[in-house]
Design a protein around this ligand. Structure first.
Ligand code: ADP
Length: 387
C-alpha cells in the first residue's frame, strides 16, 4: 500500500474513533442533563402536590416576585392576588428573605388597601433554590377568639359561683353568732335558702348550657305541639306572676307542631316569660301568642312573648344574648337572675334550627320572638322513629 494512502486511512480511523468517543461523552452528558431536568420537574411536581395537601396557606414565589404555586387555603387567606403577592407587608418580607437568604418566622399584616381592616397572619417564609421563596401562613385569630371566649366564660363562672358561696358562708357564721336570737336566726336562714336556690339555679343553667353546646344538643327528637309548650311555660311561671301581680295572657294561638325536645322548648319559653315578668312593673301584663308564618317558601312557627316593661336600649339588644351579660346587674340579681337565661334560649332555638330575636323600646316594653321550623309530617311521637 502506498504509504500516503495508509497514513490517510490511519488518520480517518483515528478521526472516526475521536468522533465516536466524543459522541459517547456528549451523549452521556446530554443524558445526564435530561435526567437532571426530569428530576427537577419531578421535584417541582412533588413540591406542588405537597403544598396542595397542606391545611395552612402555602405559596412559592419566583425570583421576580411572580407566583409559581399557591394552594387553596393560600388563596382564601389572600396570599396571592392573581399572579402577584397578595399584600404589601408580605411582599416586603418575601424580598427581605430572598435578599438576606435567611428565613423569617413571625407575623405578617394583611391589609389589602390602606385604611381597611387589618388581619395578622402567622408566617414562615423560607429562601429556596434559584431565588425562589416559600411562604407558609395561618390565620390564628379565630382560634385566639375562641380561646378568649372560653377563658372569659371560666372567669365569669368562678366569679358568679363565688358570690352565692361567699354569701352562704357569711350567713352560716351569722347564724352561729346569733344563736340566742331566734328571729335573727330565722332571717339568716331564709336568706341562706335564697342563696342556696340561686346557687342551684346557676349550676343547673351551666349544665344546660354545656349540654346545649355539645355536638348533639337535643335530648329528644319528638313531634311537639307548640300550644302544649306555651301552656307548660305559663303554668311554670304562674307563681312568679302572682307574686308580682302580673297577668299572663295567651292572646293568639295557632295549631302548630315542631320537631324537637318539648322540655327544652318549654325551658326556653319559660325563660322569656320569667324575664317579661321580672323586667316589668308590678300589675303589668305579659302576652303570649303562637302564629305560623311563611318565609322563602318554608313554614315557621313563631312564639312571641311581649311585655310593657322597662325595655332594652338598642346597644344592649344584641349583647343580652351573651352569657352572663346583664343590663342592670342589681335588678337581675334581685329577681334571681343568673345572666344565662337568654343565652340558653338562643342555644335552644339554634339546636331546633330556629332563631330568637328581640324588638324593644326603653320605657315601652319588649317582644321576644322564638321562630322554629314547622313540622308538617305525620304525627308520631317516638325517639326511635325520628332519630
Ligand atoms: P337574667 O338572668 O339576668 O335575666 P338573661 O340572660 O335572661 O339573664 O337576660 C339578660 C339581660 O337582658 C337581663 O339581665 C336584662 O337586663 C335583659 N332583659 C331580658 N329580658 C328582658 C325584658 N323582657 N325586658 C327588659 N330587659 C330584659
Amino acid at each position: 500500500m502506498h504509504p500516503a494512502l495508509a497514513g490517510l486511512i490511519g488518520a480517518g480511523v483515528a478521526l472516526a474513533c475521536c468522533l465516536f468517543v466524543y459522541a459517547l461523552v456528549r451523549g452521556k452528558h446530554d443524558w445526564r442533563r435530561l435526567e437532571a431536568q426530569r428530576m427537577a420537574d419531578k421535584a417541582s411536581r412533588e413540591l406542588h402536590d405537597a403544598l396542595h395537601t397542606l391545611q395552612s396557606g402555602a405559596m412559592l414565589v419566583g425570583p421576580h416576585d411572580e407566583i409559581l404555586v399557591v394552594n387553596e387555603p393560600g388563596v382564601a387567606l389572600g396570599l396571592a392576588r392573581g399572579s402577584r403577592v397578595g399584600f404589601a407587608d408580605l411582599l416586603e418580607k418575601v424580598r427581605e428573605v430572598r435578599a438576606a437568604q435567611q428565613p423569617y418566622r413571625g407575623p405578617v399584616l394583611r391589609e389589602f388597601h390602606p385604611g381597611e381592616d387589618k388581619l395578622e397572619l402567622t408566617s414562615r417564609i423560607t429562601p429556596m433554590v434559584d431565588e425562589n421563596v416559600l411562604v407558609i401562613a395561618d390565620d390564628e385569630s379565630s382560634q385566639k377568639r375562641v380561646e378568649a371566649v372560653r377563658r372569659d366564660f371560666v372567669a365569669n363562672i368562678s366569679h358568679e359561683l363565688k358570690t352565692p358561696i361567699g354569701a352562704i358562708s357569711v350567713l352560716a357564721e351569722a347564724v352561729d353568732a346569733a344563736k340566742d336570737d331566734p328571729e335573727a336566726v330565722e332571717r339568716f336562714v331564709r336568706r341562706m335558702q335564697l342563696e342556696t336556690s340561686r346557687l342551684a339555679e346557676l349550676v343547673n343553667q351551666i349544665i344546660d348550657l354545656s349540654r346545649l353546646q355539645s355536638t348533639d344538643p337535643l335530648l329528644n327528637h319528638d313531634v311537639v305541639d307548640v300550644a302544649e309548650v306555651v301552656t307548660e311555660a305559663i303554668s311554670r311561671s304562674q307563681e312568679r306572676a302572682n307574686q308580682r301581680d302580673v297577668t299572663l295572657m295567651l292572646a293568639r294561638t295557632a295549631q302548630a307542631r315542631v320537631m324537637g325536645d318539648r322540655w327544652q322548648l318549654a325551658d326556653a319559653v319559660t325563660n322569656l316569660v320569667q324575664n317579661a315578668i321580672n323586667y316589668s312593673d308590678e300589675r303589668a301584663r305579659v302576652t303570649l301568642s303562637i302564629m305560623t308564618v311563611t318565609a322563602d317558601g318554608d313554614m315557621f312557627v313563631e312564639i312571641k312573648v311581649s311585655d310593657n316593661g322597662i325595655g332594652i336600649k338598642p346597644e344592649d339588644q344584641e349583647r343580652i344574648f351573651e352569657r352572663f351579660y346583664r343590663v342592670d346587674y342589681g335588678r337581675s340579681r334581685q329577681s334571681g337572675g343568673t345572666g344565662l337565661g337568654l343565652s340558653i334560649v338562643r342555644h335552644i332555638a339554634v339546636a331546633h334550627g330556629g332563631t330568637v330575636r328581640v324588638w324593644s323600646r326603653p320605657g315601652q316594653g319588649s317582644t321576644f320572638t322564638l321562630r322554629l321550623p314547622a313540622y308538617l309530617g305525620p304525627a308520631h311521637d317516638t325517639d326511635e322513629e325520628t332519630r
